[in-house]
Design a protein around this ligand. Structure first.
Ligand SMILES: *Cc1c(COP(=O)(O)O)cnc(C)c1O
Length: 420
């Protein structure tokens, strides 16, 4: 195989000597390929983010709920959050203990709450009404509350998750009512949480946003933890030199906040963060066959296997993913403008619009970089297409299948035919 552009997978030795053509031949296209070493590296970076001793990293599993992925995160000693019974189910299967899991709920049913309560998993509620519901189901226990301190931030309106325009969290003006409900049901407030949004590349909004939750924390005198949420960004535009989030600077500033607050609070408490994307995004390259190229007027298109059922981020959030081009022939890497599309019958089915890339031909393979977060976990069977297989490149270079591609039978297994 030859690579016509980009140095990202070379610099990280992503494929560890495995040829992308062999991977596609063995497991089919499209294919999510993961690198174990990168997952571990990102876990360790965040575990070592601060010097403050009572610090917990909870991997936010919705970014990637693969079983093998969760097992690796578990083996690195991280905790996890969960948004649903399904995530709890996968996390327990992956070896997490109930005390490692934090269920952060948003508008859950009584049954869903009970699912976590029955398994001794701490729940974070998102409204005073849900706090009451929790109190009725599990009086005399511990609970956490998500607050909305009024500050939101994110890479797209759809992922800004605090502020008055969003559905999340309890507004601080309800703190007196919160206290009343806590005492009514004999609940202990174990901790409070906020998550202001996703994908910050500069720690400023995160640090500033932390002030809001600290102001709320001051109004409760026996908290065990404060959870600052996730949102740590990764550089999706590496090919154009986008720098990484400066973790050293971020850690230094968080340390100031942690030590400063703990001293004033007068009681030992744990600080938690909840990164999803940072842990998972860069660990996967999504491979796809190029089936054809064509022109519509002046516009050149390359048609691939990656519809938005496989990777929805570009269609849903206008997200950018860098793309590497692999070929069987060592040809010129002369660049041209091209739009990379999938195979779904909708014109919004675009992976990259008017992108400057080396000339692409049918039979080439494309590598969509940074596909490990909100990639497979948001994939679907739309157009009755099969969700792709996932493989993991172990640290010794061995490739293992960690999720089989869907089968045609699975597409129909829950349907019940009419008797006509
Ligand atoms: C999605 C989510 C996260 C993780 O966000 P990232 O941007 O992937 O780090 C953390 N906490 C909550 C409550 C979330 O909903």
């Amino acid at each position: 195989m030859y690579k016509l552009n980009g140095s990202v997978t070379d610099e990280t030795d992503f494929f560890k000597g495995n040829d992308v053509y062999d991977l596609i031949a063995a497991y089919g296209s499209p294919l999510y390929v993961y690198n174990e070493g990168i997952i571990r590296k990102r876990c360790r970076e965040l575990k070592g983010l601060v010097s403050y001793p009572d610090f917990l990293v909870q991997y936010s599993a919705k970014a990637n709920t693969g079983l093998a992925f969760l097992q690796i995160v578990k083996s690195e000693g991280l905790h996890v959050d969960a948004m649903s019974p399904g995530e709890i189910y996968a996390e327990l299967e992956a070896g997490f203990k109930p005390e490692d899991i934090f269920m952060i709920t948003n508008n859950v049913s009584e049954d869903e709450m009970r699912f976590a309560i029955d398994r001794n998993i701490l729940i974070c509620v998102d409204s005073t009404e849900q706090l009451r519901q929790y109190g009725r189901l599990n009086p005399g226990s511990s609970v956490a509350i998500r607050f909305n301190g009024g500050i939101g931030a994110g890479h797209h309106e759809k992922v800004v998750t605090a502020g008055k325009k969003t559905k999340f969290g309890v507004n601080p003006e309800y703190i007196p009512e919160v206290k009343k409900i806590l005492s009514e049901y004999g609940l202990k407030l174990a901790g409070i949480q906020q998550h202001i949004g996703s994908l910050f590349m500069d720690s400023e909004p995160y640090i500033n946003g932390s002030q809001a939750i600290l102001d709320i924390a001051k109004q409760f005198d026996d908290l065990g933890f404060i959870d600052f949420g996730g949102g740590f960004g990764i550089p999706y535009k590496k090919l154009s030199g986008q720098p990484r989030l400066d973790l050293r600077e971020c850690g230094k500033r968080l340390d100031e906040v942690f030590y400063g607050f703990a001293k004033d609070y007068g009681k030992k408490l744990t600080f938690r963060i909840e990164p999803g994307r940072y842990i998972s995004a860069e660990s996967s390259v999504l491979l796809t066959d190029v089936h054809c190229t064509k022109y519509n007027g002046p516009h050149k298109f390359a048609g691939t296997d990656i519809g938005f059922n496989v990777l929805v981020r570009p269609a849903m959030y206008d997200s950018h993913h860098d793309i590497e081009v692999y070929t069987r022939e060592n040809r010129s890497a002369k660049e041209e403008e091209i739009t990379i599309v999938g195979n779904i019958c909708e014109s919004g089915d675009i992976i990259a619009k008017d992108r400057l890339l080396p000339e692409i031909k049918a039979g080439d393979i494309l590598g969509i970089l940074d596909a490990g977060a909100y990639g497979h976990s948001m994939s679907s069977n739309y157009n009755n297409r099969l969700r792709p297989a996932e493989v993991l490149i172990r640290e010794n270079g061995q490739v293992v299948l960690t999720r089989r591609r869907d089968t045609l039978e699975q597409l129909l297994e829950n349907y019940i035919k009419l008797d006509i």
